[in-house]
Design a protein around this ligand. Sequence first.
Ligand code: ARG
Length: 634
Amino acid sequence: MATPPSLEEEFSRLKLEQAHFPNCYPEYNPLDAYKIHISERVGKIAGVEPAVVYPALQRARVPEQGDLNLAVPALRIKGTKPQETGAKIVEQWTESPFVQKLELDGVHLKIFFNPAVLTQAVLPAILKNRETWGGNPQLGLRNVEDPSQGKKKIVVEFSSPNIAKPFHAGHLRSTIIGSFLANLHEISGWDVTRLNYLGDWGKQYGLLALGFGMYGDEAKLEADPIQHLFEVYVKINQDVKAEDEKIKALETEGKETEAAELQAKSLNEKARQYFKAMCDDNKEAVALWSRFRKLSIEKYKNSYARLNVRFDEYDGESQVSNKSMKEVEARMAEKGLLEESKGATIVNFEERGKALKKLGKVLIRKQDGTSLYITRDLGAMFSRVKKYNFDKMIYVVANQQDLHLKQLFTIVDLLGEKELYSKVLHVNFGMVRGMSTRKGNVVFLDDILRDVRDHMHEVMRKNQDKYAQVSDPDRTADILGISSVMIQDMGGKRIHGYDFDMDKMTSFEGDTGPYLQYSHARLRQVLRKADLPPEAYESSADLSLLTEPLDHSLVRLLVQYPDIVQMTLTTLEPTTILTYLFLLTHGINSHYHKIKIIGSEPELMKARLALYDATKAVLNHGMRVLGLQPLERM
Ligand code: ARG
């Protein structure tokens, strides 16, 4: 058997080998180092290039399947049956310090690592980089061989609520998922811009301005702009509705001229004119509106901070310049995409072949010359190309807007912008059902957060002994409440909707936010109780003392983490990481209940503290990527 020092040499040799295989990062993903080692040996036995073996090696999905799996048919060896090749590999495999055993299961090879060696390789690496281990800054490099070429650029557009309207569940999901995607790319070495594209433009804002003239109150606006503007918006919309009904009634009575007269001086018509003035850069109109916008943003910032979310830029529909829209429209006209329809301009997808038929028709310019949602999105996209020169841009928007984004992207495609088309991506998600607050169905972010916090507080109070020990119950309840909401949101695949269930999400039992936080805080508590500085075990603990199967199961999970993170860049699903974190917390739980740490033999205790500390680092990292604020005690 080889001894640890030579193993270390072997491991650093493997880490230097990355150039041989694409998508191989042994420096950051220990599984890749194992893959190099195994590819070399399997290649020799099977008579194929290691480069053929390498991509056929995959992380095992469950511990019973080993640590890596090799699908033998993927080696594509002509003239032999995969089963036979598999058997030959097992038979001729020469002893390796890294690998404990190989097992053939049909045409799949299960590869089990030597857990003692794995432990010695992985724990020190995690402890040395405890803040960052799991992330891989090379993934976002333009060129891994030449880091001086810099990072790839990504724009993540998310949250994007509408001023004077409720911050509904769709915005909450977009906020949670978008912030996660931004974090994920950041730890993967991308240059990330977090962008909030506010809904702050359109005829309804003309209406809001009119409404403010009638119902507005300066003091209320300053105190709570979001709430107040919403109240104004609701009132003026009631007026509009009443007017509309009157006009309809006149029409059914056949009083066409009276109906038309009323229509001409209606709020709706005035709103249209007001918005037209805003579009034409009328100073007064724009000034009022920009105050609404500014005050609302200030308020949003506070709520986002509570959620641990920040933006690099508060963009919005209003920020899209006329020039940028006109430019795209000119190009669209040139390509023959635009059609006139009753004085307005449209794109008619229905005439563009079977594949595009379902995209229908979309209005690009109204009769009065004002822009629409999609016009602004088109202008914004091309402005962002100029401003950020991104490699990728993600729109995190509910699946209710699938059609809109399809239309948007298809126009880009029809403009011949193949490259841009390949860089933009709609990350969508399903509906949340039943999200309401005590005040009723209209939802503001702050109201949701307040309700969940209060609910959480009640749950915490049920365990009086524990509650008495919580040092800052309000803050703890707030963070736990937010964790509850987020974890519930990330539990399933994005596309699935779910029921907003306050009782279930705030429970300490089951795979919930509070359970995740609790597992983290408990690891911390054990470390605290041991009362040893990390230096006492970080690099000096004798890790060969970790011989229990439960120790090894934890280590085997830990080594998978960087690979999970990397895979998440493909799935773009928070649940990929979350599912892993729950496996890890279950592992921690079993370990905690069976194996004593505090009070065990001192050297063994040190080794176990190293294991706990490394596990905590990974859990902490995963939680932060998801956007949670890990609690140190609770
Ligand atoms: N403000 C929009 C809404 O609430 C979402 C914006 C989505 N982003 C975009 N580029 N269209 O429905």
